[in-house]
Design a protein around this ligand. Structure first.
Ligand code: H2U
Ligand code: ZN
Length: 338
């Protein structure tokens, strides 16, 4: 048996069926402690030039109300539009295309420009959770919307255009690629074993604890066994729940709590505010029941403090298979320690 703290090996992601190459021996290079350039510019509580702050004009010409908690609006530069004809084009199975109706929204978490999830009050974060649940239900109820993707880009290096705490919601009439892979895997697991893949995985990680980063009564955050990004995490409810609108009162507070804890850990271990992309994976809104679905979130933080272990997904990753040096177990240990 190989030693997975030393020997190159590959790990299977059972949610996607894809493999990741792990090369732990490469981290034996010394940690040089080199600090990456991150934006430490202190943000004001209100920024007159911010298009998301209360009362300000947006780039599209609309003006934000003087909102006092969360604020949702239709994206002025939406990637998907509701009036798109869903026609299909197919030329010899080689040139295949299809119109994709949808809708895109932006959710401001707070009127305060300088907050991040890590610094929000639990009660205000709970309001964000309720807003996500309400949006999932409202948008998912539309005939043409079969998937509601809620995600946050945080920090300029993740392509986020604005420091104001906010996320995006993109709704499609087809399942996005990553969601389709996870759906197929969860369905196959259920058909083969009459159980849920993520219930089984959460139970395993709750017992092993070596990849556990944080937890509360209703949620767990782990560095998944198959993580690609060095400090990638997955946040799962302990109970089998398909989508965010199915969370009960305690689980909604629990989600606010685990998100605050996890982002605070990232900020402490690296820079403030730590860049990442995060988002929900949950049951499609296609009118079918999806007992195979167990909702969860993924955090994909790209940046590490040391230039020696900084991760780019480049040549080998783009052309072959994702690869990592630091083991998920070592990453979880570091996140647990702060
Ligand atoms: P990022 O945080 O990933 O940069 O996204 C911000 C979104 O806000 C982006 O999708 C939208 C952009 O289209 N936006 C508006 O809807 N109105 C504006 O006035 C500026 C930006
Ligand atoms: Zn702002």
């Amino acid at each position: 048996m190989f030693d997975w703290k030393q020997d190159p090996h590959r790990r299977l992601n059972p949610l996607t069926g894809e493999w990741v190459l792990v090369s732990p021996h490469r981290t034996q290079r010394p940690w040089q402690g080199q600090v990456e350039e991150t934006d430490h510019t202190a943000q004001p509580e209100y920024d007159p030039s911010c298009y998301l702050c209360p009362g300000n004009e947006r780039a599209g010409g609309a003006r934000n109300p003087r909102y006092t908690s969360t604020f949702v609006f239709d994206n002025d530069f939406a990637a998907l539009r509701p009036d798109t004809p869903p026609d299909r084009f197919d030329e010899e199975g080689l040139l295949v295309a299809q119109g994709e109706p949808g809708i895109c929204r932006v959710v401001c978490f707070s009127p305060k420009h300088d907050l991040t999830i890590a610094h929000m009050e639990p009660g205000d974060l709970r309001h964000v959770v309720d807003t996500w649940a309400g949006q999932y239900r409202e948008l998912g109820a539309r005939e043409s919307i079969r998937y509601v993707q809620i995600f946050e880009n945080r920090g300029a290096m993740m392509g986020c255009s604005n420091a104001h705490p906010h996320c995006q919601i993109w709704c499609n009439s087809h399942l996005p690629n990553e969601v389709a892979k996870e759906q197929a895997a969860q369905l196959a697991w259920r058909e083969a074993r009459a159980r849920c893949l993520i219930c089984d995985y959460a139970a395993l990680e709750a017992g092993r604890r070596e990849r556990l980063v944080d937890e509360n009564a209703s949620w767990m955050a782990v560095v998944p066994f198959w993580a690609v990004w060095p400090f990638e995490t997955m946040v799962m409810p302990r109970r089998h729940i398909g989508a965010i609108d199915g969370l009960d009162d305690a689980e909604r507070n629990g989600l606010a709590d685990i998100l605050k804890r996890l982002t605070a850990r990232y900020d402490r271990l690296f820079a403030v505010p730590f860049p990442y992309s995060m988002g929900f994976h949950q049951s499609p809104t296609d009118g079918e029941t999806h007992p195979e679905w167990h909702m969860h979130l993924h955090f994909h933080p790209p940046l590490l403090r040391s230039a020696t272990v900084r991760k780019f997904l480049v040549g080998y990753e783009l052309l072959a298979t994702p690869q990592r040096d630091l083991t998920p177990e070592a990453a979880a240990e570091r996140l647990r320690a702060v």
